[in-house]
Design a protein around this ligand. Sequence first.
Ligand SMILES: [Zn+2]
Length: 318
Amino acid sequence: MDSLYLTLDFGGTKNACAVFVANGHGEFRVESLERRASPPDPDAKYDYATMLDLAKNVLRGRTPTAVGVSFGGPVRASRGLVVLSHHVAGWENIPLRARLEGEFATRVVMDNDANAAALGETHFGAGRSCSSILYITVSTGVGGGWVLNGEIYHGATELAGELGHVVIDPQGPPCVCGRRGCVEQLACGPAIARRARARLAREPSRGKLLRARIRDDPSLVTALLVNEAALAGDELAREIMQDAASALGFALGNVICLMNPQRIIIGGGVSNAGPHYFETVRTAARANVMPQLRDTVDIVRAELGDQAPLWGALALVV
Ligand SMILES: [Zn+2]
């Protein structure tokens, strides 16, 4: 029988499940995929039951060769343990790998979503041909994962890659981690929206195109609308997007000096902002590295989109 890989993506606001099959030439394709958006207040029991249901639908009675799991929150990958979920209650210290091994009677490998996506992009996406990459996701938060010499680098206590909480402005806005000026608070989607609201209030004669998009209601501002207004020529919106991209690029400059990676891959919703965004990130990174490192790294957009955790889960097991 052909190898059949079951992959699970516990995404916090949605759950997804896919079966991948190999074509015999080392390539894989999605054979079937199901996702389900979560209700407003899901708990761990809901997530787990939903995932088993989705798995039943995609497996159709077949037994998987192995199961790969991407979890949206901190995990102890080496022990197969979920530490917690920032979105879903009840995941604290759950031995997810052991439970799934019992459920499917086969090998299970799990990791957090950023590490899984980093490995997925390395094998199947924008990092093909690279052995050392940093993957960053910029969406409602900023997360990251390292692949060094072809393997995920977890760090001493499995928290490596937390670029979102690298401080780049000690006087900057307060962060959920208790400090100020973390990358996340300057570069993620909600940070872009927050900054836009403040600037619109402070500069009443600017931001005409952005104001039209939100019908003058600041509560409707999103990073997506700020970017649309920027692309349509709104100067204020353009400055806000540039500030966010520059903050990220500045942080990446520090990373490049420290780790000299081959490639940096940016995914998540904000990475859809367009070529201007990436140009600003690259320029800011380049300005913040020593001359010898200036042209050593590509900063590129991720290729796997919202399927990155599933391809990552596949990369964990193959
Ligand atoms: Zn922080």
